[in-house]
Design a binder for this molecule. Structure first.
Ligand code: FAD
Length: 470
């Protein structure tokens, strides 16, 4: 009898433990994706990008003689039970997810299917180190990155395996929705055709990115990774988030580069482990997703009103601070943002503008095509100062000195900002094609004055942050 393979954020054929296990039985495999309540809740850009990823993945399955069956309904369990009935399947396999909502759903599904006599099994693959397997000497979890890194770095990571040659197909395929019916781009009120130019879909593209990174960049990664205008990082977060590449594949490529004597390779491994650390924290303290990890920060007098004009200026890249505005445009146009820029816009929003980190977290969740619940929450709480292993409250990034340091020739700002620029380039102009019309911005608008001046904002933030009575 067939095995149902329930795909979620693991849209790849190589190094896929659940798929390999299913194919090794020689029983027919029925790949399925379910548009359930959790998919429904995704932000605009992540949902749109997921739709593109699914279309691409369905093609990859077809090349292996298989298909991707699409089903939709508020509860994944109902859809799976229906599919089991229709296909006579006796097993359902999937790759584990770690956010609290997915964990609750998957546990309930496993229990219910097993009660029906179905072999329901989850497999690893999204992470190199299962969050519950990394423990401190006293049996607790890690709250600080460096000891976490020290605990895992020598552990060994499973060697990636190849894609199955063929995926055994059933005699009859169950009915499937069509992807177009799902309208996964419906909430993209920014021009998705503009963002589409910056997307790199699927397993082959991800492998090409990794190869390019290891051949051309990794040796100088340690210094290049901080320059937002440089091609200095892997850009793999987009693919890692939909599972178009496994972290194991990235890790082993990094180890090979290290053995070849490429200096920045260890640093790349460390970054991959930041992602694992974010999941470790989300597993052990799921409140990191929506509540200040250090509870006392909940009393901080943050601005929260989403209609606030300054918050909108931040979202539109009109704060009057060059680095912040360039970065917010990069986000809007490409669906991603350089890591240094993420820290700077987050610091300006939470510190200079004294705005609740959740306002920024939510905007990122709506705009990022590499949106990841764990990394996004950790990044915001790190910058706001409310997280574990956070930057200390008195670290207020100064976007002007950061610009001098990391964009000395102005390449980043000129690339993304049209206002005040004599000859704006393609990327800077793309923003005006992507934005909704009612924003009423034009490339030749005058560049705004700062909504919060750097010195004044810094002093105000330090006073408020330093005041332990909030
Ligand atoms: P590289 O420098 O090539 O690093 C390789 C991989 O390591 C990345 O793809 C990523 O998976 C991981 N990694 C690197 N830095 C971090 C980090 N600080 N935290 C966790 N993992 C890391 N990353 C996301 O994937 N999704 C998010 O939603 C997200 N939101 C963020 C929000 C804020 C406020 C901040 C400060 C950081 C956020 N990050 C997020 C982390 C980081 O900015 C991105 O992972 C990185 O910019 C991706 O670019 P890259 O793939 O070229 O990274």
């Amino acid at each position: 009898s067939p095995i149902i393979l329930w795909f979620r954020r693991d849209l790849r054929l190589s190094d896929h433990a659940a798929l390999t296990a299913a194919c090794s039985t020689a029983r027919p495999v029925i790949p399925v994706f379910i548009h359930d309540g959790l998919v429904e809740e995704l932000g605009a850009a992540p949902k749109w990008r997921l739709g593109l990823g699914l279309a691409h993945f369905a093609d990859s399955l077809r090349e292996k003689g298989s298909r991707l069956i699409l089903r939709a309904g508020p509860k994944a369990l109902t859809e799976l039970q229906e599919l089991v009935k229709q296909t006579g399947a006796s097993a359902v396999y999937w790759t584990r997810a770690y956010d609290p909502a997915s964990k609750a759903r998957d546990t309930a599904i496993k229990d219910a299917l097993r009660l029906d006599g179905i072999d329901a099994r989850s497999f690893g693959g999204h992470l190199m180190f299962e969050p519950w397997t990394v423990e401190t000497k006293t049996g607790g979890y890690y709250k600080v990155y460096t000891p976490f890194w020290n605990a895992v770095k020598g552990r060994g990571v499973d060697t990636p395996h190849a894609a199955p040659g063929k995926i055994p197909a059933p005699d009859d395929w169950p009915a499937s929705d069509t992807l177009d019916d799902w309208q996964m781009g419906a909430a993209m009120n920014r021009g998705s055709e503009v963002v589409r130019d910056y997307v790199q879909l699927g397993e082959d593209a991800a492998q090409a990115r990794l190869a390019h990174f290891c051949d051309e960049i990794i040796a100088n990664y340690k210094s290049l990774r901080d320059i937002p205008a440089a091609d200095g990082t892997s850009n793999l977060s987009e693919n890692l988030t939909y599972g178009e590449i496994s972290p194991h594949q990235c890790w082993h490529a990094g180890v090979r580069a290290m053995e070849e004597g490429k200096a920045g390779a260890e640093h790349f491994l460390k970054e991959l482990v930041w992602r694992e650390f974010a999941y470790h924290l989300m597993h052990h303290t799921p409140h990191i997703l929506d509540t200040s990890w250090r509870k006392e920060w909940e009393a901080f007098p943050w601005k929260k009103d989403q209609r606030d004009a300054d918050i909108w200026a931040w979202k539109k890249g009109r704060t009057g601070i060059h680095f912040v505005d360039a970065a917010m445009r990069e986000l809007y146009v490409t669906g991603t943002m350089h890591n240094r820029s993420r820290m700077i816009v987050a610091s300006y929003l939470t510190k200079h503008m004294m705005t609740d980190w959740r306002v920024g977290q939510k905007w990122f969740e709506d705009c990022l095509i590499d949106w990841d619940p764990a990394s996004n929450a950790m990044g915001w709480q790190w910058t706001a100062g409310s997280g574990p292993d956070a930057s200390p409250y008195f670290r207020v990034f100064n976007p002007a000195t950061q610009l001098d340091k990391f964009d000395a020739d102005g390449a980043y700002v000129n690339r993304w900002l049209a206002e005040g620029c004599e000859n704006p380039g393609r990327d800077a102009l793309a923003f005006f094609d992507a934005m909704p019309r009612h924003w009423r911005l034009a490339p030749d608008d005058p560049y705004p004055d700062p909504i919060v001046a750097l010195d004044e904002g810094r002093k105000r933030a330090l006073a408020a942050y330093g005041d332990r009575d909030f």
